[in-house]
Ligand binder design. Structure first.
Ligand SMILES: NC(=O)c1ccc[n+]([C@@H]2O[C@H](COP(=O)([O-])OP(=O)(O)OC[C@H]3O[C@@H](n4cnc5c(N)ncnc54)[C@H](OP(=O)(O)O)[C@@H]3O)[C@@H](O)[C@H]2O)c1
Length: 340
């Protein structure tokens, strides 16, 4: 098969820039590559592998000669372009929530459910960032018969895009200088605050973000309805790196040592767990690097067979860009794109 012709849609955004950086780091194979944005950033320059590229405005015809699109331009943009890409024989690996729960769309974390890619019909979805980091931790623990899962997230502002990063910075400065500040990205001021709302509220009282963790976890790990899952998601004044407190009930007896051993050898996971020496992962450890870090592994006191743990990862990498590029590599290696 010929090497794929690649496009990065949303290349000028927070996730798109990471996709570009990681594509270079992971040395993706390509015959040609283009960088796409809205009209706003078209004409700006991006350097990639020693060459300078001009960003092009995304229009249906730019996908005529593209085999794999890595997209991070928001749900409405993906909904607009995905049919155009598929119609032209391309594959879109989409970071938005537009297609994640559609039956015919594989929702994939590389290294967890790679085989699901084989059934794609042109659209592959990348899970929500808070779901993504959790999957690499739960997959190796599935063999202990997971019965119940309670997740509390502490999510960085980078998960809400460039404007949200700027809002945390500007609000913090305004607060320290006791100047007024009007918050736009978040419903409440984000500096020196914790906001128990990410995305809109659903009828059941959970937010959409929380229900993404519930539904996407079920789809990726192939859990049936008997596995009970609940999530509370909060936005915290951290620039980058999501943290999660996870309580897991198992069907069999599992010790913290069992979990520590398994996760120490798991793909994409790094255990830092010596609380007596104050060694546990924090967002600063996770920002800019690939592993999902796990620590504070202990017996959960509320369940008979339960474990609690703390899990931290770079939301822009594993939660979006790194997984997208890993999927692009899998699609290439497995030959799951157009044979020209
Ligand atoms: N941030 C995260 O941690 C994270 C994690 C998982 C998934 N995601 C998802 O990834 C997507 C992008 O997030 P982000 O944080 O990178 O946002 P962002 O920083 O606001 O970037 C958005 C990008 O999309 C482009 N774009 C917007 N409208 C477009 C259009 N009509 N046609 C072509 N390009 C268009 C923008 O181009 P211009 O520069 O021209 O405006 C920009 O390159 C969202 O769907 C988000 O939900 C984000």
């Amino acid at each position: 098969m010929k090497k794929p012709r690649i496009a990065i849609l949303g290349a000028t955004g927070v996730v798109g820039r990471e996709i570009t950086k990681i594509s270079e780091e992971l040395n993706i194979e390509f015959e040609s590559i283009k960088f796409l944005s809205s009209a706003k950033s078209a004409g700006s320059k991006i350097s990639f592998k020693g060459n300078e590229y001009t960003v092009v405005e995304a229009k249906p015809e730019v996908f005529d000669d593209v085999d794999i699109v890595m997209a991070s331009a928001g749900a409405s943009t993906s909904k607009m372009f995905a049919p155009e890409i598929v119609k032209r024989g391309g594959v879109i690996i989409d970071n938005s929530s537009a297609f994640r729960m559609e039956k015919d769309v594989p929702l994939v974390i590389a290294g967890v459910n790679d085989d699901d890619l084989r059934s794609h019909k042109g659209i592959i979805s990348n899970p929500n960032c808070s779901t993504s980091q959790l999957m690499l931790v739960l997959e190796p623990l599935k063999k202990f018969d997971i019965k119940r899962l309670i997740v509390s997230t502490y999510q960085a502002v980078s998960g809400a895009g460039l404007a949200a990063i700027n809002e945390l910075r500007d609000d913090t400065i305004a607060n320290l200088e006791t100047k007024p500040f009007e918050n736009k990205c978040f419903k409440k001021p984000i500096s020196f605050n914790v906001i128990p709302q990410i995305d809109v509220f659903c009828e059941n009282g959970y937010t959409k973000e929380e229900m993404k963790v519930v539904n996407e976890t079920r789809k990726i790990l192939h859990f049936d309805e008997s596995v009970k899952i609940s999530c509370t998601a909060a936005r915290v004044p951290v620039f980058n790196g999501h943290s999660e407190a996870v309580d897991i009930e198992f069907g069999v007896e599992v010790t913290p040592e069992d979990v520590r051993n398994i996760l120490s050898n798991a793909y994409g996971v790094k255990v830092i767990d010596n609380p007596e020496n104050y060694e546990y992962p924090t967002t600063r450890d996770a920002s800019g690097v690939d592993p999902v870090f796990v620590g504070r592994i202990r017996k959960n006191l509320a369940f008979d067979n339960g474990i609690s743990l703390w899990c931290v990862a770079d939301n822009l990498r594993i939660g979006a860009a790194l997984n997208t590029v890993r999927i692009c590599k899998l699609v290439t290696d497995m030959g799951l794109y157009r044979d020209r």
